[in-house]
Write a protein that binds this ligand. Sequence first.
Ligand code: ARG
Length: 303
Amino acid sequence: MTAIDSTDARFRPGSRERASDTSAESDTAPRRVSSHRTYLMCRPEHFTVSYRINPWMHPQEPTDTRKAVEQWTTLYETFVRLGHDVHLIDPIPGLPDMVYTANGGFIIDGVAYGALFTYPQRAPEGPAFMEWFGQNGFRVVEPKQVNEGEGDILLVGTRILAGTGFRSSVESHRELAEVFGREVVTLKLVDPRFYHLDTAIAVLDPLDGDENANIGYVPAAFDEASRRKLEELYPDAVIVSEEDAGILGLNSISDGYNVVIAKRAVGFEKQLRERGYNPIGVDLSELLRGGGGVKCCTLELRR
Ligand code: ARG
């Protein structure tokens, strides 16, 4: 996997430079272009696993908060070195899952649709994130329906993919369509390991309209009808193995060229390289104990 060097032009947003050490890329792979992003993250100072709301969580097993902070810091520094802006929300004691900022809301064009969490353990995070959005210049839309933000709501091109089955309600998909006036495609999750949509789908080319928009996904996460919908919408999608998806390899962040993924997802890494992307592996093993990976720790702020 590629080591990051901040002086390397490849990692600067908008850069079209290609490095010489990417010989694994096929000659036919399209040229990918990164674009500048803004993210919201939360230092896992109070991270632990004290309750179980997904099958990854084992409260009886000890967690190492220091290690979680260290691993998280590597992710934070990776985004910064790639040239992206990262904002931070203050962690709140007693909210150990607040590190998973993807669940804090869903934002397009400066409008922040807030989260309404499924489980009471995370409920106070909803207002905390909405307060941050309001204080930082976003127009906040308070949700009436249960939804867990970008965990279940993904912007792909101009289209919104929305997950349901474990957390976010179908009613929230209708609310979303009203708030943003965009097409919302409902996808039903059926495998409890992939309880949020961002554990089953990776958004790869988000910014240049629907034509080139592409995703990676694990078909086993979805019911039959949703699988068919995905095949129809993204015939060129990267089909990821259950092995890679099963360590939350799909839970990743792409800027159009650089794709920050779980270090252990070596099959997905290879697939991305073949397609002309630049996968960058990070190890978030401690945060995986809460059932989250790269994407869960990252909320995209779109002005
Ligand atoms: N423990 C958290 C929960 O179950 C993990 C959230 C992961 N976030 C995500 N975007 N998939 O809610």
